[in-house]
Design a protein around this ligand. Structure first.
Ligand code: AMP
Length: 286
């Protein structure tokens, strides 16, 4: 497994790999790898000849009051996990070589980057799409893998790739959860034992929504109210948003028909957690 810091070196290795006719699968991450990341890595390995993982805690996607400094960094463990899962190249850039002092180009996907999580993290997605544009140009992947856990991010990156004609397929894979339903996230490491228990309200609210839909409920307002009531019963949880939106354009829908996302962000103490499910693809009635 190659570990490379210099973007130009990555680019030249990739060129050689491509000359041999090999396909590149790419998994961009911020490290502190868990089974969610590993599911993407395993799929990339399964579907491609050469697997690249980037590990970079991208300062541009953190707001001034967010957790950039304390974001978990566990690089030795991450490298061990990558090696175990047959990664061919780990790209470990640092801020200085990705953002030199003269850096002045930003990439923003309008509309999709202004709703849901953007309401409380206004510059977040511009930071994500700028770094992903750079990473795609460096790694030149055939397929890039993202988790449904961050569905808004995956949908924005799909739009970005289509709008800018990146020759890459964007693949979104299912959220990996703990046995009790909590979506795996590097930020779960911040949760105390009791907060970890409180954090279950996110997946419980989604389960409740799914149950209502399975029983034939389609009115978003009713589903959202029930979800909010359930979350509010937990005194440690503070709702950022609960919404039901169209899967493709992320606009709120009044009634569930076609592919929709039920998305929520909830504060557990000072930790903001997100989760979602996809509904409406196969609607059951009665
Ligand atoms: P991050 O390191 O948080 O930037 O995440 C890197 C990639 O892993 C993103 O595409 C995330 O959506 C994905 N990811 C994070 N958590 C999970 C999870 N529980 N299941 C599946 N994918 C995930």
């Amino acid at each position: 497994m190659k570990i490379v810091k210099d973007p130009r070196k990555v680019n030249s290795i990739i060129k050689e790999v491509k000359l041999k006719g090999k396909s590149i699968g790419f998994v961009p991450t911020m490290g502190a790898l868990h089974e969610g990341h590993l599911s993407l890595i395993r799929q990339a390995h399964k579907e491609n000849d050469f697997t690249v993982v980037s590990i970079f805690v991208n300062p541009m996607q953190f707001g001034p009051k967010e957790d950039l400094k304390k974001y978990p960094r566990l690089i030795q463990n991450d490298l061990m996990l990558c090696k175990k899962d047959n990664v061919d190249l780990v790209f470990l850039p640092d801020s200085k070589n990705l953002y030199p002092p003269e850096f002045g180009t930003f990439v923003k996907v309008k509309g999709l980057s202004d709703c849901l999580c953007a309401k409380s993290r206004p510059m977040h997605f511009q930071g994500v799409t700028t770094v992903i544009t750079k990473l795609f140009n460096i790694v030149c992947p055939d397929v890039a893998y993202f988790g449904q856990k961050d569905a808004q991010q995956a949908i924005i990156i799909k739009r970005l790739s289509e709008d800018l004609n990146f020759p890459v397929k964007i693949s979104m894979l299912e959220t990996v959860r703990a046995k009790d339903g909590l979506a795996l996230s590097s930020r779960n490491a911040y949760l105390s034992k009791s907060q970890r228990q409180d954090a279950l309200v996110l997946s419980q609210a989604l389960k409740l929504a799914k149950k209502m839909i399975d029983r034939g409920e389609t009115v978003s307002k009713k589903i959202i109210s029930s979800m909010r009531r359930l979350i509010q019963q937990n005194k440690s949880a503070k709702i950022d948003y609960v919404e039901i939106v169209d899967f493709n354009n992320l606009r709120p829908v009044k009634k569930i028909s076609g592919k929709c996302l039920i998305v929520l962000a909830v504060w557990i103490g000072k930790i903001r957690l997100i989760d979602n499910i996809i509904v409406g693809t196969v609607l059951k009635h009665g």
